[in-house]
Design a protein around this ligand. Structure first.
Ligand code: UDP
Length: 317
């Protein structure tokens, strides 16, 4: 098949491109490299099946060759990236990007999968989060560019499904970590590992008792591909993630124990609207996609730490 991956040089997109090339597909990777980097796909650049187009999906794009599937992954995803100066751009990427890619799917009669997010649940009052929960999002807060942008994208996907008959798939991705994460990405796993490898204290925001559930990237890519190729009548939204829940303080202690036991935790201010707890209910993914994560935090962190050691390079522990 010929498959488009938007956000293809980012963390998840580049892992997805690798998987699709390994599965012998032709991949068109579209990215404006705002948070992604060609470094993430450097081993694919020589492949005849891999084609990179530098493009911002807030603008329409025409692809002449027949496209079979579109994975829409383009969007800054780290709170540090999407807040502040990139907020308007983030909403535009979510909303205009979704429209442009849905129009492209319509033109090619392609199946299109949207990378949605656990952020659609905001500060959840239902725990663990089930797909039927409608969420508790602050519509005017500093995270809303991402939360509401992704909610609007879901809305657009379902309207194109109902009004235009487009084949859609929507996955809600919970916290994910692993190879090709940018060490300076600002998210918790990358921050802790980079800090520990550099011999710095680990920054825990707030009291560190807020929870997240961390999925290793290989598990996530597997279920994304399964979802894309699932029966036409299963459109989602479906939660995907690892339901093992940890406080961010526990995560810091685990990283310290793996890298350097002499390191300490320093407490920093909790960002505004930072969700208190998050854990996916993955019953739907288990039932419909016959999937559950295989790689638990201990093993996934070891893999990620060795990746970061090579990526950050010298002067590390
Ligand atoms: N966090 C932290 N220290 C850091 C980075 C993040 O304690 O150096 C916390 C953050 O406040 C949040 C959790 O870790 O409660 C996850 O943050 P991240 O940015 O990774 O993703 P989010 O789930 O908030 O989108």
């Amino acid at each position: 098949m010929r498959i488009i991956v938007t956000g293809g040089t980012g963390f998840l997109g580049s892992n997805l491109c690798k998987r699709l090339i390994n599965d012998n597909h032709k991949v068109i990777c579209i990215d404006n490299n705002y948070t992604g980097t060609l470094e993430n796909v450097k081993e694919l650049l020589n492949s005849q099946n891999f084609h990179f187009i530098e493009h911002d999906i807030t603008n329409p794009i025409d692809i002449k060759e027949k496209v079979d599937q579109i994975y829409n992954f383009a969007c800054p995803a780290s709170p540090v990236h999407y807040q502040g100066k990139a907020a308007i751009m983030t909403t535009k990427t979510c909303v205009f990007g979704a429209i442009n890619m849905l129009e492209l799917a319509k033109k090619h009669n392609a199946v299109i999968l949207q990378a949605s997010t656990s952020e659609v649940y905001g500060e959840p009052q239902v725990h663990p989060q089930v797909e039927s929960y409608r969420g508790n999002v602050n519509p005017i807060g500093i995270r809303s560019c991402y939360d509401e942008g992704k909610r609007c994208a879901e809305s657009l996907f379902f309207d194109y499904y109902r009004e235009e008959g487009i084949d859609i798939k929507v996955v809600r991705i919970f916290n994910t970590y692993g190879t090709n994460m940018d060490p300076n990405d600002g998210r918790v796993v990358s921050n802790y590992i980079s800090q520990a490898l550099m011999g710095e204290d680990l920054t825990v925001y707030g009291n560190g008792l807020q929870t997240r559930s961390f999925c290793y990237v290989d598990d996530l890519i597997e279920v994304i591909v399964r979802m894309m190729n699932s029966p036409k009548d299963f459109v989602g939204p479906v939660n995907i993630g690892n339901p093992h829940e940890f406080t961010v303080k526990e995560l810091a202690q685990i990283v310290i124990s793996k890298i350097d036991k002499s390191l300490k935790i320093v407490y920093k201010e909790l960002p505004l609207d930072d969700p208190t707890q998050r854990k996916p209910d993955i019953s739907l993914a288990k039932a419909k996609l016959k999937w559950e994560p295989k790689i638990q935090l201990d093993e996934g962190l070891d893999k990620t730490i060795s990746y970061f050691r090579t990526r950050i390079g010298k002067n590390i522990k």
